[in-house]
Design a protein around this ligand. Structure first.
Ligand SMILES: Nc1ncnc2c1ncn2[C@@H]1O[C@H](COP(=O)(O)OP(=O)(O)O)[C@@H](O)[C@H]1O
Ligand SMILES: [Mg+2]
Length: 213
C-alpha cells in the first residue's frame, strides 16, 4: 500500500519546524515508516535551487524566475524523493509544498493562478498531498517568534503586507479545500499545538482506515 503524503503549511514563525517533532512522535508511536522533507529543497539539487531562491542578492529576481525555480526544485523533489518513498509505503511529511507556491508566488506576489495551475498539473500531477496541516497565526506573533533568527532570507525580509497576504492566501485555500486542509490554531502554546496536530493525525488515520485508502 502507498504511503500517505502530508504537507505542513503556514507563514514564517507559525511553528512548522516545531510541528515536525510532534508528527515524528506520533508516527513513531504508530510504528509508521516515514521520511521528513522540506520545500524548496529535499534533494541535493533541489537544495541548491533553494539557495538560489532564498539568497539575498543585488540583482532583482523576477517573479516568473522565482516561480519557475520553485517548480524546478519541486520536479526534482517529487521524482527523486517523494514518489519513490510513497511507492514503498513510506509516509512523506513535507515542510511546505504546492500551497506555498499559490500563496507566495500567487497571492503575495500577484502571480497568475492560471499559470500556477498549469505548472501544478505538469509538475505535481497526481502527487497531491493526502492531507495538509495549516498552522495559522497572526503575522505579528509569527514575526515576534522569528526575530531572534540571525539569518533573514530574501522572503523573510518582505513587508508586513506581504506576510498578511500569505496568511490570507493560506486561509482561502483551507476554505476552498476543507477535506484536505486542516487549520491548526498556531497561536496557542507549543503543547496545545502539539495536541491539535496529533488529534488531526488520529482523525485522518481513522478516516483512511475506514475507507480502505
Ligand atoms: N506554539 C508556539 N508558541 C510559542 N513559540 C513557538 C510556538 N511554535 C514555535 N515556537 C517558536 O517560534 C519559533 C519559530 O518556530 P518554527 O517552528 O521555526 O516556525 P516555522 O518553521 O513555521 O518558521 C521557534 O523559536 C519556536 O521554538
Ligand atoms: Mg521552519
Amino acid at each position: 500500500m502507498k504511503g500517505k503524503f502530508i504537507t505542513l503549511e503556514g507563514g514564517e514563525g507559525s511553528g512548522k519546524s516545531t510541528a515536525i517533532e510532534s508528527i515524528k512522535q506520533w508516527l513513531d508511536d504508530h510504528s509508521i515508516p516515514y521520511l521528513m522533507t522540506r520545500e524548496p529543497g529535499g534533494t541535493p539539487l533541489a537544495e541548491d535551487i533553494r539557495n538560489l531562491i532564498l539568497q539575498t542578492r543585488e540583482e532583482s529576481v523576477s517573479d516568473m524566475t522565482e516561480l519557475l525555480l520553485v517548480f524546478a526544485a519541486r520536479a526534482q523533489h517529487i521524482a527523486e524523493k517523494i514518489q519513490p518513498a510513497l511507492q514503498q509505503g513510506v509516509w512523506v511529511i513535507s515542510d511546505r509544498f504546492l500551497d506555498s507556491s499559490y500563496v507566495y508566488q500567487g497571492n503575495a506576489r500577484g502571480g497568475s493562478f492560471a499559470i500556477i495551475d498549469q505548472l501544478a498539473e505538469w509538475v505535481v500531477s497526481d502527487c497531491q498531498p493526502d492531507a495538509t496541516l495549516l498552522l495559522d497565526v497572526s503575522v505579528e506573533v509569527g514575526q515576534q517568534r522569528v526575530v531572534q533568527r540571525q539569518q533573514q532570507d530574501r522572503l523573510d525580509k518582505e513587508s508586513f503586507s506581504f506576510h498578511e497576504k500569505v496568511r490570507q492566501g493560506f486561509l482561502q485555500r483551507a476554505v476552498a479545500e476543507p477535506n484536505r486542509v486542516s487549520i491548526i490554531d498556531a497561536s496557542q502554546d507549543i503543547e496545545s499545538v502539539k495536541r491539535q496536530i496529533q488529534a488531526q493525525l488520529d482523525r485522518l488515520q481513522l478516516n483512511w482506515a475506514s475507507t480502505g485508502s
